[in-house]
Ligand binder design. Sequence first.
Ligand code: DX5
Ligand code: ZN
Length: 241
Amino acid sequence: MLPILLLKILATFASKSILMVQYVAPSLLSADFNNLARDIEMVNQSEADWFHLDIMDGVFVPNMSYGFPVVEHIAKLAKKPLDVHLMIIDPDRYLERFRDAGANILTVHWEACKHLHRTVTEIKKLGMRAGVSLNPHTPVEFLSDILPELDLVLIMSVNPGFGGQSFIENSYSKITRLRAMIDEIGCSTLIEVDGGVGPNNAAKLYQAGANVLVAGNAVFKAENPSETIKTIKTIKTIKNG
Ligand code: DX5
Ligand code: ZN
């Protein structure tokens, strides 16, 4: 009885400390591609934790972005982990190539995978951290049987495909529900939020249970991108004082 109680206390403590993690991942989709090296260096020098890279195939989402040569170029200049968000159908075909291009964290969409468990297992076998992303209409409860296997869950707070869209308010409820599921299991899965995120909603998102905030327009269209990254990262919530 006592060991079980101890384990529960430890699990609660562990999940509470994960709650304290506030990471920022600037999305290079909104960077100035004529000055990409300059923008990458800005992120290197900033308080950002990861680079967020958006890969779009024009099929899963109604837009295309960039592919392997650009990812390789970014990887050469980046001094922080590459958090690669695949908005592509049948991602299994390209897992190894993204690893070789420099991805450290690889996130696939729930809606794009027939055998999600196999895909997640393969990503981890290739030495990357595995993430699963959910479109705004996909309930977090669909992840209940795979959650302990995941390094992160990426909640899309806009319909994927474009930067600069408005944040969907229902995302707060999804984050709260997912945080409760993670704490109940006691696993260390991170919650990442992507779309319409910036200094105006960062505190509320961390408060709801998010750990990693992706910001594209809010960072790269800001007067002072580096300062904006710092604001998002260090913003105070009631939980962390
Ligand atoms: C959208 C991408 C996002 C995008 C976010 O499909 O997944 O990462 O760059 O851009 P903002 O922060 O401008 O909404
Ligand atoms: Zn993204």
